[in-house]
Design a protein around this ligand. Structure first.
Ligand SMILES: Cc1cc2nc3c(=O)[nH]c(=O)nc-3n(C[C@H](O)[C@H](O)[C@H](O)COP(=O)(O)OP(=O)(O)OC[C@H]3O[C@@H](n4cnc5c(N)ncnc54)[C@H](O)[C@@H]3O)c2cc1C
Length: 287
């Protein structure tokens, strides 16, 4: 069991990781080794303390160098669920599960809103994890909405199980092919369910399947962490980075505006310090 599991490798996650490393805590850092697309895509950053004017790519290089020099590891994983187990948290990443006394959520903010109707069918027709739920659709028809090429290996896995996969590809340069794969280049508007069949509506058409997979980089916080208190789409925290769930902390864009690097880094640092206090309290309580 880890002391802490940090979820998300943007600036908030990095700041939390650096702080925990310096404080000699046993933590697991889950996310992408490429850090955050929100760093890479920034053309010119002028408001980061101490850096006069840098591109996102330059900032990413410095971050990666710092991670390397501090001897911090990133475990490449997409977290699909964070569960409160009473005195610790279970963190699910497909078929892998990790445990931590505390968790820090630094998952950024979702720019894409859930489709109309989507949240009504979570777990009863809508899934966010190919490796967790794919086997439920063996020999069945599915629709997969994917926002990035990085999901293609998961789609191929689903295609190895399902009889037909309709891929709503919301990205360029689709590299998928297969007898049972159909590519749809259209924006979906809503989802619904009728007679046990899931339906996805577009401007001029509707497609039907047994299940729908939503493969996006960010999952709505309330789906990712059942029981978490959310306010206007953001995780509610106090000034110590505490959420409504004991041992669960959050930092960065996922907690609200302003969406800025310095705010993310500051909150990541605060959350890490709060976690250290929490761990000490837990230790005292259990001794
Ligand atoms: C084009 C662009 C330019 C910008 N320019 C500026 C600027 O000049 N100055 C400024 O201050 N701010 C700027 N911003 C905003 C800034 O990028 C964000 O405020 C900052 O990145 C927030 O950091 P974060 O760590 O909270 O979230 P993010 O950087 O979004 O990082 C979150 C990370 O968590 C990962 N993640 C999400 N869900 C999961 C999951 N379930 N499992 C594992 N990992 C997960 C994501 O993949 C991502 O790597 C810009 C943003 C964009 C998009």
């Amino acid at each position: 069991m880890y002391d802490v599991v940090i979820i998300g490798t943007g600036p908030a996650g990095l700041s939390a990781a650096l702080t925990l490393k310096q404080l000699n805590k046993n933590f697991l850092w889950l996310g992408s080794k490429k850090l955050s697309t929100k760093i890479n895509n920034a053309e010119c950053i002028r408001n980061y303390t101490g850096l006069i004017s840098v591109s996102g790519k330059e900032m990413q290089e410095v971050f990666l160098k710092q991670i390397d020099q501090m001897g911090i590891e990133i475990t490449e994983a997409q977290v699909t669920g964070v569960y409160n187990m009473g005195d610790h948290y279970g963190v699910l990443c497909g078929d892998m599960q990790y445990e931590g006394t505390a968790v820090i959520l630094t998952v950024g903010v979702e720019t894409v809103k859930p489709l109309e109707g989507e949240l009504d069918y979570v777990g009863s027709g809508i899934s966010y994890c190919a490796t967790c739920d794919g086997f439920l659709y063996k020999g069945k028809e599915i629709v997969v909405l994917a926002t990035d090429k990085e999901y293609e290996h998961e789609i191929e896995y689903l295609a190895s199980l399902a009889s037909k996969v309709s891929v709503v590809a919301l990205y360029k340069e689709v590299g998928l092919s297969g007898d049972n794969i159909e590519i749809i280049k259209d924006r979906p508007l809503s989802v619904s369910k009728e007679n046990k069949k899931m339906k996805m509506q577009f401007k001029d058409k509707e497609i039907e399947a047994d299940g729908i997979f939503m493969l996006r980089s960010a999952i709505t916080p309330s789906i990712l962490v059942p029981g978490i208190e959310v306010e206007e789409g953001h995780i509610k925290i106090d000034r110590h980075g505490k959420t409504n769930m004991e041992g669960c902390f959050a930092a960065g864009d996922c907690t609200g505006k302003p969406y800025q690097y310095t705010k993310a880094v500051g909150e990541g640092n605060v959350a890490a310090h709060s976690v250290v206090t929490y761990l000490a309290e837990m230790k005292k309580k259990n001794s």
